[in-house]
Design a protein around this ligand. Structure first.
Ligand code: KG4
Ligand code: ZN
Length: 339
């Protein structure tokens, strides 16, 4: 008589991300992303930045259809879900509250356990959504619209921030400089596109910040004065040199980031080097990580585009490791704006 193998029941997580202006839902089964849906809120372009009240109202409109799409694309129903995960913070409180309340309601209605996820940890764990995966310990440069960090990742749930920005984030530097150039919000992807046809011939300052920390507010001010002085001589300066200005700005930001990353590698001796977060979608940063990595002898890891900018797939992957560790939360969990 042969016995059929007993397989463990699948862990199927419905994950929700609503920390800023993207409403996202995903289904992750046993650590594999089955669906990853995002509704972007185009409305903020009108205002040149995210308007928190507008964002939370749009999350309310989007959340039910986005969750339905995520379950539908995975070919599942609520009865197949074993746990519900949501981003607890950091982010905009009003935006986080929508995902938080929806997740709790869904969990209550279907009698499911809840898992809270930190948004920045999830950006790091986005690396485990697909191959190749970094080996522990690794360094992760996590660059988004609100954060710039070098994270020492010892294990899925054991991370230490060893460098951070003292003021603006790298994504903010892209977006604010872009605003000065008259570009729509978010300017990061537009600068990336324009930089491809430009030459980085304008010199912008790199800040002298000790240790592994960053600062981008000086660069923002330098761009402001540079544009003011150039426009005083030629009112059409921006229009005539847009691609070159974007290439110069992008090269400066990427160089600042990579020099600190190289310093972190030299200090820690860790040669597994990853990037994550919205700014890791930047083609200049992706290319520079590869070339610096080859020169310095690093193994480099860059997530697929869909796992760089805000998404719920990364929340589900992070939640999967919390599920395995038995880290569940009660209905009293409240969102936090900052760590
Ligand atoms: O991680 P993310 O989607 O949201 C936050 O957690 O903040 O990051 C958004 C940031 C924005 O500042 C956006 O301009 C920037 O990522 N970004 C880029 C690119 N794509 C997104 N910056 C430069 N180049 C890109 N291709
Ligand atoms: Zn993010």
């Amino acid at each position: 008589m042969s016995l059929s193998p007993v397989s463990a029941p699948a862990v199927t997580i419905l994950a929700i991300e609503s920390s800023c202006d993207d409403t996202a839902a995903a289904v992750v089964r046993d650590g594999t992303v089955l669906s990853n849906c995002v509704a972007n809120q185009e409305i903020h372009r009108l205002y040149g930045g995210v308007v928190p009240e507008v964002a939370s109202r749009a999350h309310q409109t989007n959340i039910v259809p986005v969750v339905a799409a995520a379950l539908g694309q995975a070919g599942l129903t609520p009865a197949d879900v074993t746990a519900v995960a949501f981003t607890q913070g950091p982010g905009l409180i009003g935006s986080l509250l929508v995902g938080n309340a929806f997740a709790k309601g869904f969990a209550l209605a279907h009698d499911l356990p809840l898992i809270t996820v930190d948004h920045m940890e999830a950006h790091v764990l986005a690396h485990f959504a697909e191959d190749p995966k970094p080996a522990f310990p690794f360094l992760c440069l996590t660059v988004s619209g609100g954060h710039t960090q070098i994270v020492l990742v010892r294990d899925y749930l054991d991370m230490e921030v060893i460098g951070y920005t003292l003021d603006d984030a790298a994504g903010e530097a892209f977006d604010k400089a872009g605003k000065m150039l008259g570009l729509d919000y978010p300017a990061g992807p537009l600068i990336d596109r324009l930089a491809r046809t430009g030459t980085p011939r304008f010199e912008l300052p790199e800040p002298a910040v000790p240790g592994l920390n960053f600062s981008f507010s000086g660069l923002k001010t330098a761009v402001l004065y540079f544009l003011r002085d150039q426009k005083a001589q030629n009112p059409n300066f921006v229009a005539e040199n847009l691609s070159d200005i974007c290439a110069s700005l992008q090269t400066t930001i990427v160089t600042i980031l990579l020099k600190k990353l190289r310093k972190a590698v030299r200090q820690t001796g860790i040669r597994e080097v990853a990037v994550a977060g919205g700014v890791s979608a930047n083609s200049g940063l992706r290319e520079a990580l590869r070339t610096w990595g080859e020169k310095e002898g690093w193994n480099t890891y860059i997530p697929a585009f869909q796992y760089c900018t805000d998404n719920a797939g990364m929340i589900g992957v992070a939640a999967h490791y919390r599920y395995l560790a038995g880290q569940f939360t009660g209905y009293e969990a409240m969102p936090y704006a900052r760590r």
